[in-house]
Design a protein around this ligand. Structure first.
Ligand code: SAH
Ligand code: SF4
Length: 349
């Protein structure tokens, strides 16, 4: 019999159809799904709880369980961040980060190998686009993080799509992966604990609203005028700031939701008090929270992070205008925790 693909690519209903097409009763799907997604098994042929027909099906190898190899596993000195570099079947490497905030575990996963959006300060943008990840390659990162946590009896609670790549440029695979990841009989991370971070792919934001996708949304802004933003984010030329803000406003109304705006603070580029004031004007009427992230230096960009005092002033200006804002700690900078940085570093060595 021919092998027909990777189990991790399939939502529950598709897996059930595949089993039934192979002559099994639908009832076997639950056992297989639980072993793969809830228990995060790596060896299907070792699952003693499977009934004989399911065991025979596994032995036939109709579907594979593809587990990426671990090329690197690095912990930060403070013990709060662990970063994995995973190797896919074609040799591409992607990053998955595991973070711990006040006892809760969050995974940050990649959605593409490389990225086509070319943000000048981003290590992934600097490497260019390689390819989209398949749903199973996104799911595999979450399973890997849960396996890493299992030793301490913990499980993932939150998920952010803030690793390598632009999630809304790989919309269909990302939505399939999130359907699998939020399934209550499997990995079971609730939709409200999942955040999609986008550089501002306007059609993708509108589609999320149209399809009423129940996930959190973060939009990476980095500039409060078209000129300021497109110097850092070339994708702004394709989806201009005014269109992006209109899409965000529409999203908030339709979804009755708040948007998180991500802002990488770069000294002298986008960190002045005037810029903060312009940002206040831009976000008027949008329920928002602004996350300020001091730049992580990368090889391909000469900018430096905003100094702590200037970051506080920027944040203060927003807060005075009623926009909540947080300066994010640069956790795990010693494991090159910026997007795409571990891979970029290993390629240089
Ligand atoms: N493509 C999506 C998600 C991945 S990038 C997006 O751009 O939103 C996740 C976040 O990391 C983005 O907000 C991005 O701007 C930020 N980021 C990338 N490189 C960075 C760096 N060197 N320093 C600080 N933040 C960075
Ligand atoms: Fe792509 Fe996001 Fe990096 Fe921009 S910041 S290049 S969109 S991964």
């Amino acid at each position: 019999m021919n092998t027909i693909g990777n189990i991790l690519d399939l939502p529950f209903s598709s897996l059930e159809r595949a089993l039934v097409a192979d002559g099994l009763r639908p009832v076997h799907t639950k056992a297989l799904w639980g072993a793969v997604h809830r228990e995060a098994t790596t060896e299907l042929d070792q699952c003693d709880e499977f009934l004989p027909p399911l065991r025979r099906w596994v032995a036939d190898g109709r579907l594979r369980l593809e587990i990426p190899a671990v090329a690197a596993d690095t912990a930060s000195a403070d013990g709060f961040t662990r970063k994995f570099l995973l190797t896919l079947d074609d040799g591409q490497t992607i990053e998955t980060v595991l973070m711990r905030f006040s006892g809760r575990h969050t995974a940050c996963v990649s959605t593409q190998a490389g990225c086509a959006m070319g943000c000048v300060f981003c290590a992934t943008g600097q490497m260019g686009f390689v390819r989209h990840l398949r749903p199973g390659e996104i799911v595999a990162q979450v399973l890997h993080a849960n396996r890493a946590l299992a030793a301490s009896g913990a499980r993932l609670r939150n998920l952010v799509l803030m690793g390598m790549g632009e999630p809304l440029h790989n919309y269909d695979s990302v939505m399939t992966a999130l359907e699998i990841i939020s399934d209550t009989g499997g990995i079971n991370i609730g939709p409200s604990r999942i955040s999609i971070s986008t550089v501002g792919v306007v059609p993708g934001i509108l589609r999320l609203a149209e399809e009423r996708r129940p996930y959190g949304l973060a939009v990476s802004l980095h500039g409060a005028s078209e000129e300021e933003r497109s110097a850092l984010v070339p994708a702004s030329k394709r989806w201009p700031l005014a269109e992006l803000i209109a899409a965000c406003r529409h999203y908030c109304e339709v979804m009755d939701a708040k948007i998180f705006f991500e802002w990488t603070l770069i000294a002298g580029k986008n960190d002045s008090v005037e810029t903060a004031r312009r940002l206040v004007g831009l976000l008027a009427g949008i329920r928002s929270h602004v996350n300020l992230i001091p730049l992580n230096p990368t090889q391909g960009f000469g900018g430096t992070a905003t100094a702590a005092q200037a970051a506080r002033e920027f944040s203060h200006t927003l807060q005075e205008a009623g926009i909540p804002s947080t300066i994010r700690q640069r956790r795990g900078i010693d494991v090159a925790a910026g997007c795409g940085q571990l891979r970029a570093e290993r390629r240089r060595n």
